[in-house]
Design a protein around this ligand. Structure first.
Ligand code: PMP
Length: 288
C-alpha cells in the first residue's frame, strides 16, 4: 500500500504524522470518505466541495486547489493499482505547540489512503440490520455543527460502542431535542405511506453524498421525497427503513428498538433503490 502525505507516497509502515499535529492532539482537522467504482471516483467534486465547506467552518485555509486535490486522490488510486475501493482523505491542522490555539500550525497536512473495503457482509444487505436508539445524543449545532465532517468522531464512537456492546449493528442518534439525527456514520431514510422521509441537516444529519444520490434516484423513480423531522415513533411505525453512507452504500434496516420494521424483511422500495444505486455508481464519477 502507498499512502499519500503532502505530495509524496510512503509505504504503510512509513506513513506517519507528527505527534505534535493538532489533528492527533485535538482532533483538529477534517476528512472525507470516498468510493472508487470501476475506475471512477464517485461524486468526487461533491466530496471536495464538502471538504472545502468543512475547512471553511473550522477556519482552516486549504492551500490546495480543488483540481490539485482531485489529482492527488486519483494519483493515490493509480499508485495503489485500485479500480474499486474506499479512499480516506484527511486534512489536519498541522504541527503546532501543545496548547489549543492553532496559530502556530502553519502547514495543514493532506493524507490520502486508498484501500479495499467491505463494511457489512452481504448477509446484512439481504436480511437488514438490527439497530437501537443510543442514549448518546448527536452534538448540538451550537457546539460543533454535525454538518462539519471533522476529526471529532468520539460522539459517534460512543454511540456505536454502546450499540455493539448490546449486540446491535448500529445506533440511531437523536439530537438534543429528541428528533432523529442520523446513525453513527450513515444517514437515515424511512418509507411511510409511499413517501420517502429523511431528517433535514439542521436536525443533526450530515449532508451525505449517498443521501443526495438516493434522493436523486427516488425522484427519478417517481417517489415523493420529504426532508422533515422524524421521531423514534416515526421509525417504529415506518413501512421500510434503510441507511446510506459511502462505506455502507444503501443498507436495509429491519428492526429498530426491538420493533420489527414492516414485515421484518428489506422493503421493495429499499431493494429497488439499492439496485438503482449499484447501477448508478459505476456510471457516474471522475475517471482516475
Ligand atoms: N453521517 C455521518 C456522521 C457520517 O460519518 C457519514 C459518512 N461520511 C454519513 C452520515 C454519510 O455520508 P456520505 O453518504 O457522504 O458518506
Amino acid at each position: 500500500m502507498k499512502v499519500y502525505i503532502n505530495g509524496e507516497f510512503f509505504g504503510k509502515e512509513d506513513a506517519k504524522v507528527s505527534v505534535f499535529d493538532h489533528g492527533f492532539l485535538y482532533g483538529d482537522g477534517i476528512f472525507e470518505g470516498i468510493r472508487l467504482y470501476d475506475g471512477n471516483v464517485f461524486r468526487l467534486d461533491e466530496h471536495l466541495e464538502r471538504l472545502e465547506y468543512s475547512a471553511k467552518a473550522i477556519m482552516l485555509d486549504l492551500p490546495w486547489s480543488r483540481e490539485e486535490m482531485a489529482e492527488a486522490v486519483c494519483e493515490t488510486c493509480r499508485q495503489n493499482e485500485l479500480t474499486n475501493g474506499y479512499i480516506r482523505m484527511i486534512v489536519t491542522r498541522g504541527v503546532g505547540y501543545l496548547g489549543l490555539s492553532p496559530k502556530n500550525c502553519t502547514e495543514p497536512q493532506l493524507i490520502i489512503i486508498a484501500d479495499k473495503i467491505q463494511l457489512y457482509s452481504t448477509e446484512f444487505y439481504e436480511k437488514g440490520l438490527k439497530v437501537i436508539t443510543s442514549s448518546t445524543r448527536r452534538m448540538n449545532p451550537a457546539a460543533l455543527p454535525p454538518m462539519v465532517k471533522s476529526l471529532n468522531y468520539l460522539n459517534n464512537i460512543l454511540a456505536k460502542v454502546d450499540a455493539v456492546n448490546l449486540g446491535f449493528q448500529e445506533a440511531i442518534m437523536l439530537n438534543d431535542q429528541g428528533y432523529v439525527a442520523e446513525a453513527t456514520g450513515d444517514n437515515i431514510f424511512i418509507m411511510h405511506k409511499g413517501r420517502l422521509l429523511t431528517p433535514p441537516s439542521v436536525s443533526g444529519a450530515l449532508v451525505g453524498i449517498t443521501r443526495q444520490t438516493v434522493v436523486d434516484i427516488a425522484m427519478e423513480l417517481g417517489i415523493e421525497v420529504q426532508e422533515r423531522d422524524l421521531t423514534r415513533y416515526d421509525l417504529w411505525i415506518s413501512d421500510e427503513m434503510f441507511m446510506t453512507g459511502t462505506a455502507a452504500e444503501v443498507i436495509p434496516v429491519t428492526e429498530v428498538d426491538f420493533r420489527k420494521i414492516g414485515d421484518g424483511a428489506p422493503g421493495d422500495t429499499t431493494n429497488k433503490i439499492l439496485e438503482a444505486f449499484r447501477k448508478r455508481v459505476t456510471l457516474e464519477g471522475a475517471k482516475i
